[in-house]
Design a binder for this molecule. Structure first.
Ligand SMILES: C[S@@+](CC[C@H](N)C(=O)[O-])C[C@H]1O[C@@H](n2cnc3c(N)ncnc32)[C@H](O)[C@@H]1O
Length: 392
């Protein structure tokens, strides 16, 4: 549901006070930076600043009563499908490990471990890397409900380990939560969109882009064989490469599964998407005002999966699969799993939930599944999902 600022629910007093504190601290940061910060720094602050940012403070965030809903919050069959695919990779390793990045409420870890156990396949380790102390606490409370044989496999990490993982690294809706920079084409020039604090308000302000942004935009234009038109606004993540280098260094051998909303570069920067992909979520309503209630709302931008593929290739990975959420889940047998539910009421409810994961106008097409492998043989039969790699 898309909303205007005035349609959004009014926060309670405690939340408004928290947002005022975030704004005060953010204003200090902006002022010490000559009155302007780029959008990635703004996003980093309002999402992740310790004790203040949206992910670092105590609001509910995901699921019922939160601001947005992710696939594991919709149906446990999402985790079941991922677990079944993971087994195909993990079985060839003497030490089988999973590293989940940004585990949210912990629901996906819960569902994956439960399924692996039911299939007689308990991994040696299930690592979780979580930046948010608040979410880590929530994950720990949920995963404490696992039987001891599974709970003892779960370890939380504070930073990415080096040369540790043999198995699978998983990130569901993590890449879209990574800070992005924003640009605008104006008068044939490239501008960077940033944030200032003027008259006690946050205001969007453009500056001529620096060389990093200019080079990145020009190389996209070269690849697309066209110039962006005046007024075109979009996002870019120049830092993604550094982040991926650390992920790559943690993986000895195995595969990375990324699931997120996104598309190929050609689609991402198409003329039809001339206002960008940035979206804000507050109390399960989507809107486009990133300056609204700092610290209380989620902010994310789509993923350029061509960038994910390019950076993967540069680090010696192979892009094994790139397909839609719907195609991936169908080929992983999600409908057969629904059919196996004997209780009629439960089957009906699960069916409704699964529709949200599959329907093209919901998560079915906007979300993609990508599998990257490193020093690891992935059989062609890994998935029979339609192959969209030609789009990358
Ligand atoms: C949109 S939530 C998705 C949560 C969960 N994966 C799910 O599907 O429900 C984004 C998650 O990524 C985490 N996150 C974002 N950037 C991260 C990073 N660089 N390293 C680790 N976790 C990160 C956030 O704290 C949060 O848990």
């Amino acid at each position: 549901m898309r909303s205007e600022r005035q349609d959004l629910p009014t926060p309670d007093e405690a939340s408004l006070n928290h947002s005022s504190t975030v704004l005060e601290e953010l204003a200090k940061k902006i002022n010490t930076n000559e009155g302007w910060i780029n959008f990635a720094d703004f996003m980093q602050f309002i999402l992740y600043e310790p004790g203040l940012g949206y992910y670092s403070s105590g609001t509910r965030k995901l699921g019922t009563g939160g601001d947005f809903t992710t696939a594991p919050e919709i149906s446990n069959l999402f985790g079941v499908c991922l677990a079944d695919q993971m087994i195909k990779i993990l079985h060839s390793y003497p030490k089988q490990m999973i590293l989940e990045i940004g585990a949210g409420s912990g629901q996906l870890a819960f569902d994956i471990l439960t399924r692996l156990d039911n299939q007689g396949f308990v991994p040696d380790q299930y690592y979780i890397l979580e930046l948010s102390a608040d979410l880590k606490d929530r994950q720990q409370r949920l995963l404490a409900k696992l039987p001891d044989n599974l709970l003892e496999k779960v370890t939380w990490l504070d930073s990415l380990p080096e040369n540790l993982i043999t198995g699978v690294i998983l990130g569901n809706e993590v890449l879209d939560a990574m800070p992005c920079r924003r640009f605008r084409i104006q008068d044939e020039d490239i501008y960077e969109i940033g944030v200032t604090y003027t008259n006690q308000r946050l205001i969007e302000q453009d500056k001529l882009a620096d060389e990093v942004i200019k080079d990145a935009i020009q190389s996209i234009e070269k690849e697309l064989k066209r110039k962006f038109e005046n007024g075109f606004v979009s996002e870019i993540r120049p830092n993604y490469k550094n982040w991926f280098s650390a992920i790559s260094a943690s993986l000895v051998s195995g595969a990375i599964m990324f699931i997120d909303y996104g598309c190929s570069r050609g689609e991402y920067y198409s003329t039809d998407r001339s206002t960008g992909t940035l979206v804000c979520h507050y109390q399960n309503m989507a809107h486009y005002d990133p300056l609204f209630l700092p610290g209380l709302q989620d902010l994310s931008a789509w993923v350029d999966f061509s960038l994910v593929a390019d950076v993967g290739l540069e680090h010696g990975f192979k892009v094994e699969t790139y397909t839609s959420h719907r195609d991936f889940l169908l080929s992983a047998g999600i409908l057969e799993l629904v059919d196996q539910i004997s209780d009629q009421n439960k089957r009906f409810k699960t069916n409704q939930a699964v529709k949200q994961l599959l329907l093209p106008d919901q998560m079915g097409d906007t979300f993609k599944f990508m599998l990257l492998s490193k020093d690891c043989m992935i059989k062609e039969s890994f998935t029979e999902a339609r192959d969209f790699r030609y789009l990358l």
